[in-house]
Ligand binder design. Structure first.
Ligand code: ADP
Length: 500
């Protein structure tokens, strides 16, 4: 099968969140399974082009944007350790600016133009390569115009070259939608007939996300529970109706993790390695982490780690409301993250006020994230919503017990611990439902009680998590089946889906 991945981020090249982990790991696994997989990314300034040995491939890539001809180029390299081709679309609005979506303070105001270039150039690239994929797998709003262009762009939709290509659109986070000025439609050569409420219009804006939701052949949400939740009005971010209308094509597949990168038995970033049948090294990792982040080195006090974008959707409004009470508990907390300045300041202040209980590293640090996952006893993730979540999966693999809210992928991956479920080998963490500070505090208290008073049960719980298989193998098979479904479907007449 020939599969083109198009995404705005992918490890190991460029990452701001879980999207990058998924795109990098899933494409690699599908390639290892023998499929002809290729990946297209924008060429950002922050990309380290020397270490990835980018070579020029096409000196000129022209894209028409209204009256303007945008001129870029294409570079290529192989995905590290494989023969998988990776193409980088180079245009100055990507390669001459820092960051991915913005400059750290706000998003770039011309993201519509930047990513319109990216979507169109990804399609033109295929003709330049003379390589016809069976499937284009698009990820999140940044790639959402591709399915619309394939079906409705007057040139693309008529060209035999593009006729048989099917599209799969992955929803990593419905809250990010790429809604822009409606005049983007003619700028990229699409007819106004797509600008309807059944098409890519969203409250008089052109929505990249909605374009992906409406015009792709199949849709995937990154966990089964999230696939269900986003069809409910309360959690559908305005897209629930659209998603319900596509319910037959909407699937939920839980993300996997890269078990080579995340393996406590061989992780070079840890103070000491450990594995399920010999977890002694974990204590050394905890002591090293306590030392590194300036908390008292104390094996008996549970260390609760957090690694996240600091935004309220990840539950930080709940944590800050509960903070005074949490700091009374017999535990230590460590936060690694950056995001809303309100939370950054609260955590920095808490670290100053309670140096024996609380520490924070404001920023992004991939190496430290491994040491936090390994050195913590518990991992806290009280998200308001969580499409999949990866850090709870890393945590279980590293013997760190997740304390999470029962939503999205957290509900699909963590099994609530009680005497019986631990004994049966099922329980892997602590879950709570109500999004309330008192419920959060009570759940953490339960976890601390078990940790302190029932070490045998705690060890059993740790091992239950470590024995889970969160590798991509399982989920990658599900994607292959989905691609086959998309390929078997008859083409949809263009007239049918734009009538309103
Ligand atoms: P999201 O994509 O919504 O941010 P996920 O849990 O799916 O959340 O993925 C987040 C990814 O980003 C994980 O790999 C996590 O380890 C990483 N991450 C988030 N914040 C930081 C940080 N401050 N430093 C290092 N890694 C981080």
């Amino acid at each position: 099968m020939r599969i083109l991945f198009v995404a705005s981020e992918a490890v190991p090249f460029i990452k701001s969140g879980g999207l990058a982990d998924v795109v990098g790991a899933l494409s690699k696994v599908l390639h290892q399974m023998g499929h002809d997989v290729r990946l297209v990314l924008p060429r950002y300034q922050d990309l380290d082009s020397d270490s990835f040995r980018l070579l020029p491939l096409m000196p000129e890539m022209k894209v028409q944007y209204g009256d303007e001809t945008m001129v870029g180029s294409v570079l290529r390299c192989s995905y590290p350790g494989t023969q998988m081709p990776v193409y980088f679309l180079d245009e100055e609005s990507f390669s001459q600016r820092p960051g991915i979506y913005g400059n750290g303070r706000s998003d770039y105001p011309d993201n519509d133009k930047r990513f319109a270039f990216f979507n169109m150039a990804a399609l033109w690239l295929l003709k330049g390569l003379d390589w016809q994929p069976d499937i284009i797998h698009c990820h999140d709003w940044q790639t959402g115009l591709i399915p619309a262009l394939l079906r409705h762009h007057p040139v693309v939709s008529q060209e035999a070259f593009y006729q048989d290509i099917k599209t799969v659109f992955s929803i990593h986070n419905l809250a990010y939608q790429g809604n822009f000025n409606k005049f983007l439609v003619p700028m990229i050569g699409l007819p106004w007939s797509v600008f309807t409420t059944d098409g890519l219009e969203f409250y008089n804006k052109t929505s990249f996300l909605k374009s992906g939701l409406v015009y792709s052949d199949e849709l995937v949400a990154v966990s089964p529970t999230y696939a269900h939740e986003i069809q409910l009005d309360e959690q559908g971010a305005g897209m629930a109706g659209t998603l319900r209308s596509r319910a037959v094509n909407l699937h939920g597949i839980l993300n996997g993790i890269d078990i080579d990168e995340w393996n406590p038995a061989v992780d070079p970033l840890l103070a000491k390695d450990y594995k399920i049948d010999d977890t002694k090294g974990k204590a050394a990792c905890k002591a090293a982490l306590q030392k590194e982040v300036g908390l008292p080195v104390d094996p008996g006090t549970p260390l609760i780690g957090m690694i996240s974008r600091l935004v309220s959707a990840k539950g930080f409004d709940l944590i800050t409301k509960a903070l005074e009470s949490l700091l009374q508990l017999d535990a230590q907390f460590f936060v690694l993250g950056s995001g809303d300045s309100e939370y950054e300041e609260i955590f920095e202040q808490a670290a100053i006020d309670h140096p024996r209980r609380f520490a924070a590293h404001i920023g992004y640090d991939a190496d430290l994230s491994h040491r936090v996952i390994a050195g913590s006893d518990m991992f806290l993730m009280p998200s308001y919503y969580e499409p999949c979540g990866l850090t709870q999966l890393y945590s279980m693999r590293y013997g760190t017990v997740p304390v999470v809210r029962h939503t999205g992928g957290l509900a699909d991956s963590v099994f609530h611990a009680n005497d019986q479920s631990i004994e049966q080998g099922l329980g892997t963490g602590f879950l709570f439902d109500d999004y309330r500070p008192d419920v959060l505090i009570e759940t953490i208290r339960q976890a601390i009680d078990l940790y302190k008073n029932e070490p045998k049960k705690w060890n059993h719980l740790v091992k239950n998590g470590m024995s889970r298989d969160f590798s991509w193998a399982n989920s990658a098979e599900k994607y292959v089946k989905l691609y086959e479904t998309a390929m078997a479907a008859k083409p949809k007449p263009a007239a049918e889906e734009t009538k309103s």
